[in-house]
Write a protein that binds this ligand. Structure first.
Ligand code: ADP
Length: 576
């Protein structure tokens, strides 16, 4: 087909009109740059936006000191600028790592913006890690400054002499709450640092690919690995996670992140809340059901976010006191699979929509979010629920595929299960000081192997069936532990369930269920196993049940299956 560019457009493109007839492009054709402004995507721009367009919006925190603190985005921005100046005065330069050990609160938020905004790197440490692991991580990251909440003073005192790279220790409190005596030499007071500066400070402009923050994976196998986010990856992740089919964040929301700011940046909410101008409510150390519920109601929280184990405590409180949620309309649940029984309770009894999401430290963390497509809204409830139990569709920016053990791509049929690979602008390319990129090549591109086993259906809904190291291989066939746990959790007497691979003389591995009962509930092995009948293929039914008082949880609230395996892997040895 002939094509011809109109004269006016030829003039605009500076092309001679007579040369633009025919089917072949002119030899003068060459790529053109767009003519739009170059503006780096920087974390400081999120704060600048929040200050200018949502200056009155509130940030409310339950303080470590016990009281409620309340101020505005305008106050946050001014204090972050003063803090940036104070850090510069301490000699914190571009790229320097500033560690934090802190709960969710306004001072932690100030550090998020002051450190990254001035070109240094915010390193959030998880206080629930073992002290040796904390030392290892701070050392590996070469943290120069360590800022920490008052409650962590004994922890930091115990390890301070081993933190070789740390030049300054800062206690995140005011003068009045500083300890009279401490083992930490020259301990600095956070509020003194801020009081010592004014807020006349311009956020510097630099390359958007500069590092902004650092999080370590929890390291269940080997040493933890450092994931170094950039300003660009963080801002893009904020855009994508705020979208309506993702977390649907807006200036009308009041967001209470239960997920800690030391766990993958509280899933990016401290950034995306500023981007959209939402009110932020921080729970501090009070993560029990009673304290959380009180804040939800007092502050009119519309959206919360956390791992399933946190919601168990909250739901138990709300149920036992016969309470309602008067403002919360949705909650994001991720980090591990949300049991459908929990989803049902939230939605059917309390009218709170559960948004199931999947992510990883290596993905900043949001990868997929489970929101229904238009036609699915009209489906019967049971069919809708089956979709909602999946981990969901990829948000724009994340591409995914599943592959078999030979690396062949598997079909999106909702049945074929294989390792999930992802790529995108907020996916890790290499680990801090890692010699080798973790990426695998597929179809000429580098993909990050997630270590999760998943199916993807024809509509693009991804469903994690297991982590590859938790898969149960029975007689050469895979059994997904998450399905088995979800069924157990639907039993009214079960508080928590974990399914692990136990060694078996005939089948190599068979599923073994480890369960805690609800307080006062009666439940025996046979009754629980009978509950599986008709819900799954018979050969998937666990071989046995072990009742325990507590299931071990890791630093981010996830079940430590490796510990359970160590303890119970020989439970079935000797069975035929
Ligand atoms: P780790 O637990 O290894 O420190 P992350 O906190 O980054 O690392 O957790 C990532 C892992 O958590 C994922 O690879 C996946 O196995 C699990 N996960 C996260 N969200 C979900 C979910 N909604 N359902 C099932 N598993 C999940």
């Amino acid at each position: 087909m002939k094509w011809q560019i109109p004269v006016a457009e030829c003039q605009a493109l500076a092309l001679p009109f007579e040369n633009n007839r025919g089917t072949t492009p002119s030899r003068r054709d060459k790529p053109m740059n767009g003519q739009m402004m170059q503006q780096p995507l920087l974390i400081s721009s999120l704060l600048r936006h929040a200050e200018r367009h949502h200056g009155e919006q509130q940030v409310v925190s339950r303080r470590v000191e016990g009281d409620i603190h309340r101020y505005s985005y305008r106050d946050l921005a001014a204090r972050a600028r003063r803090l940036a100046k104070a850090l510069a005065a301490l000699g914190v330069g571009q790229g320097a790592r500033v560690g934090t050990i802190a709960w969710n609160g306004y001072r932690h938020l100030e550090l998020y913006y002051a450190v990254s905004g001035s070109g240094a790197v915010l390193h959030t440490l998880n206080p629930r890690l073992h002290a040796d692991q904390l030392v290892w991580i701070a050392d590996h990251a070469e943290d120069q400054v360590l800022c920490f909440d008052k409650g962590f003073l004994p922890l930091v005192e115990a390890v301070a002499s081993r933190l070789a790279s740390v030049r300054h220790f800062v206690l995140m409190t005011d003068r009045e709450h500083m300890p009279a005596q401490t083992a930490i030499p020259k301990l600095l007071c956070y509020e003194d640092l801020i009081d010592g500066q004014d807020d006349r400070f311009e956020w510097p402009e630099f390359d958007e690919n500069q590092a902004s923050s650092l999080c370590y994976t929890s390291g269940t196998t080997g040493h933890p690995k450092g994931v170094l986010y950039s300003h660009r990856s963080t801002v893009l992740h904020s855009y994508a996670s705020a979208l309506p089919d993702a977390l649907k964040l807006s200036a009308r929301d009041t967001i209470l992140p239960v997920v800690p700011m030391f766990h993958v940046n509280a899933w990016g909410l401290p950034y995306s809340a500023c981007m959209v101008g939402a009110k932020l409510v921080f729970p501090g150390p009070g993560l029990d059901g009673t304290s959380l519920y009180e804040l939800f109601e007092a502050e009119g929280v519309t959206l919360s976010a956390g791992v399933p184990t946190v919601w168990q405590g909250l739901l138990a409180h709300v149920q036992s006191q016969e309470l309602r949620f008067s403002t919360m309309n949705r909650t994001i649940i991720g980090g591990s699979a949300c049991p459908p029984a929990m989803m049902e309770t939230f939605e059917d009894r309390y009218g709170v929509q559960v948004i199931h999401a999947w992510g990883m430290t290596e993905l900043s963390p949001v990868g997929t979010v489970c929101t229904l497509k238009g036609e699915q809204l009209a489906w019967p409830k049971s069919r809708r629920r089956a979709i909602q139990a999946k981990q969901g569709r990829s948000v724009f920016g994340i591409d995914m595929k599943i592959v078999d053990e030979q690396g062949e791509a598997l079909p999106w049929d909702g049945q074929s299960a294989g390792e999930l690979l992802v790529r995108g602008p907020w996916v890790v390319e290499r680990y801090l000081k890692g010699e080798k990129s973790p990426l695998v090549m597929h179809g000429g591109q580098g993909w990050f192997p997630t270590g999760d086993v998943a199916t993807i259906d024809a509509q693009g809904f991804m469903n994690i069936t297991d982590r590859s190291k938790d898969v149960i291989k029975s007689g050469g066939e895979w059994i997904g532990s998450i399905d088995l746990e979800n069924i157990a959790m639907a039993h009214p007497a079960v508080a928590m369930a974990a399914c692990i691979a136990a060694r078996h003389p005939r089948w190599d591995e068979r599923p073994l269920l480890v369960v805690t009962r609800k307080p006062g509930a009666q439940l025996g092995r046979d009754e629980l196993l009978a509950f599986y009948e008709g819900k799954i293929a018979k050969w998937w039914t666990p071989d046995d049940v072990v009742f325990v008082d507590a299931i071990p949880l890791g630093a981010t609230g996830k079940v430590l299956k490796n510990q359970l395996r160590e303890q119970f892997q020989d439970q079935l040895v000797g069975r035929a």
